[in-house]
Write a protein that binds this ligand. Structure first.
Ligand SMILES: C[S@@+](CC[C@H](N)C(=O)[O-])C[C@H]1O[C@@H](n2cnc3c(N)ncnc32)[C@H](O)[C@@H]1O
Length: 193
């Protein structure tokens, strides 16, 4: 099985990923991942939208599994097989903010305990790190800002939405005046930057 990263938005596929998709005969992916790869899927290739993530390990060896962004950043790289990297939402967010990745630490709140993610974020900012937080649609930036007002009142918070898509929006504020996401697909960058 090959797990390929199709980038976090349109037009972010590497040549290695494009070649792998162009040679595929069996592809699995989320609807968004299939959309991102669609231009490179060959005629005659069987394409399946993933409905049961628990059964992905049962796929045949020649299957190509599409993972949005990079497979190793809260993606499908855990499945095993060969992982082909993609351009992640983290890379695009840090590029948009012109921030060095060497200062970054990742907090994954996607489908996880949001209170724990907020506490981890506050602790990492206290250590001088810039936190890249993988959100989900229910993540409350206001709750994160309220916690940071107590621990790091001067830190900045950026909400980066629909990175790479035509509707991309990057809004920067502070713990006192945080940006509010307007859509469902967003990450948060927070710290002293
Ligand atoms: C399951 S994680 C997958 C992350 C992906 N593997 C990556 O490398 O970006 C899904 C979360 O990633 C973030 N994300 C993915 N693509 C994004 C984009 N284009 N713009 C903003 N956030 C994005 C959002 O927080 C979303 O809820």
């Amino acid at each position: 099985m090959k797990i390929v990263g199709v980038g976090c938005g349109p037009g972010l596929l590497t040549e290695e990923v494009i070649a792998t998709i162009a040679a595929a005969r069996l592809i699995y992916g989320s609807g968004r991942a299939i959309d991102l790869a669609a231009a490179h899927i060959p005629a005659g290739c069987a394409v399946h939208e993933i409905t049961d993530y628990a059964r992905l390990r049962e796929l045949p060896a020649h299957a190509v599994v599409l993972s949005t962004g990079d497979p190793m950043l809260a993606g499908l790289g855990f499945l095993g097989g060969e992982v082909i990297p993609g351009i992640s939402s983290m890379q695009v967010a840090f590029a948009r903010l012109a921030l060095s990745l060497t200062r970054a630490v990742v907090v994954n709140a996607h489908g996880k305990d949001h209170d724990a993610a907020v506490a981890e974020t506050a602790a990492e900012i206290g250590r001088g790190r810039v936190v890249f937080l993988i959100a989900d649609p229910a993540f409350a930036v206001t709750a994160l800002a309220a916690a940071l007002r107590e621990t790091s009142p001067h830190c900045r918070i950026a909400v980066c939405e629909h990175l790479g898509y035509p509707g991309e929006r990057v809004a920067v504020g502070t713990a006192a005046d945080p940006p509010v996401p307007v859509g469902d697909l967003f990450v948060v960058v927070a710290g002293g930057f």
